[in-house]
Design a protein around this ligand. Structure first.
Ligand SMILES: [Zn+2]
Length: 489
């Protein structure tokens, strides 16, 4: 990026993560995604007069877990605050959040980019409630401007939401977009390992606001930052930072001034456009939430939670990479395809690492792409993939038949063994049956036979192909070849 020869980017990320608790933050309503609109609501999350919130202990526990995994200090005493604002998606007209007393402060997360490690400081991890969702009907853009009417769904209102705020990240230079992406990726993997959220960016259970500013190199002064809201894929995080660096550098080069504002990122163009001017904290008139008692987690409870922390994803990746004998590039490919956990589970079910990688990154990645679903959402389990790989290893299937078995499993025809049985997909290993097919191939292809006899052994492929065709793919090519050679010797 040529802009970074003149300007040093400073980035900051605010990530919202819906916690995977069974019930909402302050009431007993369920939290399942995709329910009928307004079917998971009650007087508390609808903000009806006289209703009183009660803190969800599970959500506190999950937040402490996240804070500990991010090397934060856990507050021994903190309070919730009222954040006052008027939007139709928050029926109380305020949001219960945390302001000057967050539950977790001052941590860090290390991320690796192009062989360098960047320590991203964590300013705070706090807990709040999610808002409802507005749906603007009519109009071309799906935004409120130009819409005929709007609908509000409060199922999401009150779902526990953790906000993880980084300290400003500087000294990344041209790598700023990649560092932003690597941070969100590492954070996603960390949260997934903690089992506190399903962290699905496409369903909105993890959303990112990306702050970007530029400092003229040598000036020692930080620039005005913009906040790009609700960026919802890893790739978009990188693109949003890149696009803001380019845009802001253009404004500054022309002698202009960057305005402090929120911006929207557009997937199609990869650009941001102006949103609203940014509220200041004072606009929200925060005050301690009078309906809730303070949260004071006992230190032995925090110790107990610390003892449950799993191996850090970066350490686990290093361990698996060594165990599986993979290069950095192989490992990146697994991670980019979001296949690491699937491969690990498939290996745990008995497949070799090479086979597990081959099927998930090859055939299955292709199927996922074609049907537009995530790899993990394909209708096949790691145990089933391990079984298919095992059948190939045992010589009961060849790769072509294995793909047919995968077809059958994905089509809901049952387990690999059931598909093999129903579709009669086993390899023909009976030599007398193969021998007959070999003889037929030899008499039907005299030219190929003549070539082979003249020493052009490449022509043997023609005969192998003929046998495979005659057996409808059910022959084992590794077995067919020696039979042909034997016959022609
Ligand atoms: Zn409720």
């Amino acid at each position: 990026m040529i802009e970074t020869e003149r300007y040093a980017p400073v980035i900051g990320l605010e990530t919202h993560v819906e916690l995977g608790t069974r019930t909402k933050m302050f009431c007993g309503c369920g939290t399942l995604f995709g329910g009928e609109p307004n079917s998971q609501v009650c007087p508390v999350c609808l903000g009806l007069p006289g209703s009183l919130p009660v803190v969800n202990k599970n959500a506190i526990e999950y937040t402490i877990k996240i804070g500990l995994a991010l090397n934060c200090t856990i507050a021994s005493w903190c309070r919730f605050a009222r954040k006052n604002y008027f939007y139709p998606d928050m029926p109380k007209n305020f949001q219960i959040s945390q302001y000057d007393e967050p539950l977790c402060i001052d941590g860090y997360l290390d991320v690796a980019v192009e062989g360098r490690t960047f320590r991203v400081g964590i300013e705070r991890v706090h807990l709040e409630e999610d808002t409802g969702k507005s749906l603007h009907v009519g109009g071309a853009t799906g935004r409120i401007h130009g819409a005929d009417y709007s609908l509000v769904d409060y199922n999401r209102a009150g779902i526990p939401l953790v906000e993880i705020v980084t300290k400003p990240v500087d000294r990344t230079g041209a790598l700023a977009p990649l560092v932003a992406r690597a941070y969100v990726t590492e954070l996603r993997d960390l949260l997934r390992s903690l089992d506190v959220s399903d962290v699905r960016m496409e369903e909105g259970s993890m959303r990112c606001d990306v702050n970007t500013s530029l400092s003229a190199i040598g000036s020692g002064v930080w620039g005005t930052r913009t906040e790009t809201k609700n960026v919802n894929s890893l790739r978009s995080v990188e693109r949003a930072v890149r696009s803001e660096i380019e845009r802001q550098a253009g404004v500054l080069d022309a002698g202009g001034r960057v305005i402090q504002e929120t911006r929207h990122f557009h997937e199609e163009s990869g650009k941001t456009t102006s949103g609203r001017s940014k509220e200041e904290a004072q606009d929200y008139r925060y005050f301690p939430e009078p309906d809730l008692v303070p949260v004071a987690p006992a230190s032995d409870w925090v110790s107990q939670i610390r003892a449950t922390l799993p191996e850090a994803p970066s350490a686990r990746r290093a361990r698996l990479q060594a165990e599986w004998g993979l290069s950095d590039l192989d490992m990146d490919a697994l991670r980019n395809a979001d296949a690491l956990d699937l491969v690990a589970s498939t290996v745990a079910e008995g497949a070799s690492p090479a086979d597990a990688r081959k099927w998930w990154l090859g055939e299955l990645a292709r199927r996922a792409n074609e049907t537009g679903v995530a790899l993990a959402d394909l209708a096949i389990t790691p145990a089933q993939v391990a079984r298919v790989a095992g059948l190939v290893t045992d010589g009961k299937l060849n790769d072509r038949l294995a793909r047919d078995v995968i077809d059958g499993v994905l089509a809901g025809e049952g387990s690999p063994d059931e598909v093999v049985g129903d579709r009669r997909l086993t390899v023909v290993s009976d030599d007398s049956a193969l021998q007959a097919a070999v003889d037929a191939a030899i008499s039907a292809n005299p030219d190929a036979v003549a070539s082979i006899r003249a020493g052009r052994t490449g022509a043997i492929g023609v005969l192998v192909g003929a046998v495979m065709k005659a057996t409808r793919g059910q022959a084992d090519p590794a077995r067919v070849r020696p039979l042909i050679e034997q016959r022609l010797s």
